[in-house]
Ligand binder design. Structure first.
Ligand SMILES: Nc1ncnc2c1ncn2[C@@H]1O[C@H](COP(=O)(O)OP(=O)(O)OP(=O)(O)O)[C@@H](O)[C@H]1O
Length: 554
């Protein structure tokens, strides 16, 4: 639920985004203003022609010709304005999406949101800002500039008309504020439901086979249907605001035309001194209300944007992680933990308690211990995804926490329990670790990780496509692709988290052989349940009892 301070922070953030977009909004505003000037000219020419038709002194065929040209110009300007607005919206969304993605990457596993929720942030929330940048911002500027221009022109023709338009123009924001009470709150709720819907949808899609296996597909579909229905209700409430504010506007426009028609019509009958000006004043009314109408239509987009901003602002406004940059990549790294403790927020039990150990270059350390003993937490600290609550982590004698977290990640190559393979070729999947690597370097890394031993048998070798999630490759093959990434990265620190957990003994032996080669000459820390990782010459550090016990395995 949106708290007032939350709402204010979201609005302030939106205003800052709007200021940053000023340059891009200027063009649509200028084009919109040019359209208004054309509309004024058109009203004047038509007023002259109509005056002639009514038997007064007015314009002729040339006025009609110029009016036709103005209509064409207005169509062209309208199209150009639309294109400029779409470009502004696209640019703003692309910038925000990039910043958001970078932020989520920086937070890494520390961000508690589920995959579906993150996807909803990146897609739906950013998309909800499109209307704000593309339509709302130009509409606000034009809702002030264009009517003000028309009031000035009307004042020249008839000051009463100018006064009527001024009063009606001032009533529009009042009417919209009244009809829009609670609109921001409704939009926020709509966003919340959309977030839940997308989150649940992605989550259930990922586990579709499990749901089918347990015959839960129908229940899930019903539940999704309920959330979708709630979303529909919320959307209708948001749209009601849009309809109401448009109705208020139409009433004001109709009232203005009725009054001005009566006033000038009565005068026309009684030998009006300037019939062209009288007709012109009536014809100005639609041109006057057009930008206000666009403004009112975009109103609910601004409300949706506020709803989305309430989710995006806290993430994007969080100060970027601070720290030093590496002067150069050290060829070797000594890791030393001294009395390191780690407490996660909201968890009273420390994940690590006064942990002390050191690993030198060329050495491999196996972190063993029962589930929950803190093995992965040690790796998280070394990747900068968590910071120690107390104690010191030194890399080559220097305090690691002084480095930027992203710089810490540059120092290491990480392989987890189940490598994620992206849709693309094996080569592209390996190159992810170092996109500028040459074809020969990728092949060398693939050889070292024993990827080539199975890739050679594939129809297109390393250029074989593997599906999303690595469909078509066995668990052991996927892990070898992950190891090839680590070989290609050639970082001095190797961090492995249960790299052989999901493998059968035969495959495990193959992967272990590649791991041994990867760790040779580097500093390696491997979290594992089993101290019997075959083929590795390593020291063992047992976590869990709180203190460490070091033994040696060959
Ligand atoms: N983000 C978190 N927030 C709160 N508590 C956490 C978080 N991550 C880990 N923990 C807790 O910290 C402790 C250590 O977790 P960690 O994942 O490091 O253990 P582990 O030895 O790697 O376990 P496993 O072998 O099951 O992977 C556990 O009690 C866990 O519940």
């Amino acid at each position: 639920m949106e708290s007032p301070s939350n709402g204010r922070a979201a609005s302030a953030w939106l205003m800052r985004q709007a200021r940053a977009q000023r340059g891009r909004v200027a063009l649509p505003v200028a084009l919109g203003l040019a359209t208004t000037l054309c509309a004024v000219g058109l009203a004047f020419l038509i007023a002259r022609v109509l005056a002639t038709l009514l038997g007064f002194a007015g314009g002729g065929w040339e006025d009609l010709g110029i009016a036709a040209l103005l209509v064409l110009a207005m169509a062209g300007l309208g199209m150009a304005q639309e294109a400029a607005q779409n470009r502004a919206g696209e640019a703003a969304r692309a910038k925000l999406r990039t910043a958001l993605f970078a932020r989520l990457m920086e937070l890494g596993p520390d961000d508690k949101r589920g995959v579906g929720e993150k996807a909803a942030l990146l897609v739906d929330r950013v998309e909800a800002l499109d209307g704000f940048f593309a339509r709302w911002l130009p509409a606000v500027a034009l809702a002030i500039l264009a009517p003000a221009t028309i009031i000035l022109v009307a004042a020249w023709a008839d000051w009463v008309t100018a006064l009527v338009l001024l009063v009606m123009g001032l009533l529009v924001p009042v009417g919209m504020a009244v009809t829009g009470i609670g609109a921001a709150r409704e939009s926020r709720r709509q966003m919340d439901v959309l977030g839940r819907l997308s989150g649940r949808f992605v989550d259930r899609l990922r586990g579709l086979s499990t749901l089918v296996q347990f015959n839960r597909a129908e229940d899930e579909a019903r539940h999704l249907g309920q959330v979708a229905e709630e979303f529909r209700t919320r959307t209708m409430r948001v749209l009601r605001v849009a309809f109401l504010s448009t109705t208020v506007l139409e009433l004001l426009a109709a009232g203005s035309i009725a009054y001005l028609a009566w006033r000038h019509g009565a005068h026309l009958g009684a030998n009006h001194p300037d019939p062209v000006a009288a007709i012109f004043c009536i014809l100005l009314v639609p041109a006057f209300f057009q930008p206000l109408r666009t403004f009112s239509q975009a109103y609910h987009e601004a409300m949706s944007a506020r709803g989305a901003a309430a989710d995006l602002a806290p993430l994007l406004e969080a100060p970027p992680a601070e720290g030093l940059l590496l002067e150069s990549m050290p060829p070797r790294v000594t890791v030393a933990f001294t009395e390191v403790a780690l407490r996660y927020e909201g968890n009273p039990r420390p994940a690590l308690d006064r942990l002390t150990f050191a690993v030198s270059p060329g050495e491999t350390l196996l972190l063993v211990g029962p589930s929950g003993s803190g093995k992965s937490s040690v790796l998280k600290l070394l990747m900068g995804f968590a910071r120690p609550s107390s104690g010191r982590i030194a890399l080559n004698g220097q305090d690691a926490t002084r480095l930027k977290p992203a710089e810490l990640r540059r120092l290491s190559a990480y392989v987890g329990q189940r490598a994620h393979l992206f849709q693309g070729t094996l080569r592209e999947n390996i190159a992810l670790a170092r996109p500028d690597a040459s074809a020969a370097e990728i092949t060398r890394a693939a050889e070292a990780a024993r990827v080539m031993s199975f890739a050679r048998r594939l129809p297109q070798g390393l250029d074989t496509e593997v599906g999303e999630g690595g469909y078509g490759l066995s668990g052991g093959q996927r892990q070898r692709v992950a190891l090839a990434r680590a070989f290609l990265r050639d970082a001095p620190l190797i961090l492995l988290d249960e790299p052989t957990t999901a493998l059968d003994p035969g495959t495990e032996a193959e992967v272990m052989e590649a791991i041994a080669r990867l760790c040779a000459g580097r500093t390696a820390i491997i979290a594992t349940h089993s101290p019997q990782l075959r083929g590795l010459s390593a020291r063992v550090l047992e976590l869990g009892a709180g203190r460490m016990a070091v033994s040696h395995v060959e």
